[in-house]
Design a protein around this ligand. Structure first.
Ligand SMILES: O=C(O)c1ccc[n+]([C@@H]2O[C@H](COP(=O)([O-])O)[C@@H](O)[C@H]2O)c1
Ligand SMILES: Cc1cc2nc[nH]c2cc1C
Length: 352
């Protein structure tokens, strides 16, 4: 997959104007539904219709392990990644529960987990192990996280994840699972934002102070090794196959005019990398929440993003995006279903 060839569609400003005009006629003071109005107008521009929709939606999670865990950057062992993939497939993970509750299909793609799952998934959940999962991953502190060829195949694995969704899916929630990936994401963020390691490193799943200091050192070493890297090189050398797959998935979703509902810190770093590779991509993104992970605010700021929720979530696996989906549903339902002043016979402003 070739980043330089991605074509980012242009939002339809006329559809946005028509949606804005409809909002002004609905039975409420102008602007009183706040962000819900903005979401409806933005979706109208992206979908090219004054009556946008949030469904069918799908959750697409990419899972991979990270060699950088050898430096003690996570309190959990890498074996948790494979065990959590099993948990997704059996319906016991947070995102499995949210998908079930929301009537959203869950798709899990293994792009580098150390051990494949033993059993097939439960109903409503799909699993695929992409061949890129068998390619070697490097320790980003001292070597590239993946070769250039593996990077391209990880991008393609992400795109294929989107291509396997039903055509009518209009909203894709991207998520990830990978012990160690807050270190990888922090390294990519430090490179893209030209910030110090300590500004973008956070506690991830909950490292103690000593672990946090190790993360800062690891990310600092990676930044020194890779200083000046552009977005592609940053993801290839400091990210992981999960982060690269997220970039490829979002690029393909956007090419296919699907809206991307962005989860927490790791997904946002991948989206920042995509925006740097393909300017304008961020117009196709809705930002679900501000993660408790320390570096997220810098990444959101660089994307000019105002997330819908700030709930102290720091789980990943698409859980923040899934938590925000009912708000997007509400935005579309209100926009389409509310009566206008004229229809309801409610006097509008300035009508005596
Ligand atoms: O996305 C986030 O905001 C986020 C913040 C903290 C942790 N996570 C999740 O926790 C895992 C990585 O944490 P760590 O400490 O092993 O680097 C990975 O599976 C992520 O899904 C995710
Ligand atoms: C248990 C567990 C679940 C997760 N889900 C996403 N990242 C995770 C990390 C851990 C440790």
């Amino acid at each position: 997959m070739q980043p330089g060839r991605w074509v980012i569609p242009t939002p339809d400003l006329a559809a946005a104007d028509r949606a804005r005009e409809r909002q002004s006629r609905l039975t409420k003071p102008p602007g009183s539904l706040g962000v819900l109005e903005e979401v409806a107008v933005k979706l109208a521009a992206l979908q090219g219709t004054p009556l946008p929709r949030s469904r069918p939606a799908a959750a697409l999670l990419f899972a991979a392990d990270h060699a950088v865990t050898r430096h003690g950057v996570s309190p959990y062992p890498s074996a948790v990644t494979a065990a959590m993939v099993e948990n997704f497939l059996r319906g016991g993970a947070a995102s499995s529960v949210l998908c079930r509750q929301l009537g959203v299909p869950l798709h899990v793609v293994d792009v580098g987990v150390l051990r494949p799952p033993a059993r097939p998934p439960d109903e409503g959940i799909s699993f695929r192990r992409d061949p890129v999962a068998d390619e070697p991953g490097g320790d980003l502190r001292v070597e590239d996280a993946m070769s250039e060829a593996t990077f391209r195949r990880a991008l393609a694995a992400g795109a294929e994840g989107v291509d396997k969704l039903p055509d009518d899916v209009c909203l894709v929630m991207l998520g990830e699972m990978g012990i160690g990936n807050t270190t990888a994401a922090a390294a990519v963020a430090a490179l893209l934002l030209e910030r110090k390691a300590e500004e973008v490193v956070g506690r991830g799943t909950g490292v103690d102070n000593a672990g946090l200091a190790r993360k800062v050192e690891v990310v600092g070493d990676a930044v020194r090794r890779l200083e000046g890297a552009g977005p592609e090189r940053a993801v290839q050398s400091a990210g992981g196959r999960d982060i690269a797959a997220l970039v490829g998935a979002a690029a393909r979703a956007i090419e296919r005019r699907k809206v991307v509902l962005v989860d927490g810190f790791i997904v946002s770093v991948a989206m920042l990398a995509l925006e740097r590779m393909a300017p304008g991509a961020r117009e196709w993104m809705l930002f679900a929440h501000r993660s408790a992970e320390a570096g997220h605010r810098h990444v959101l700021e660089a994307l000019g993003a105002r997330p819908m929720l700030d709930l102290g979530l720091r789980l990943g696996e698409g859980s923040g995006a899934l938590t925000a989906l009912p708000l997007v549903d509400a935005a579309c339902a209100l926009h389409a279903g509310m009566a206008t002043f004229e229809e309801a016979g409610v006097p509008d402003r300035g009508q005596g």
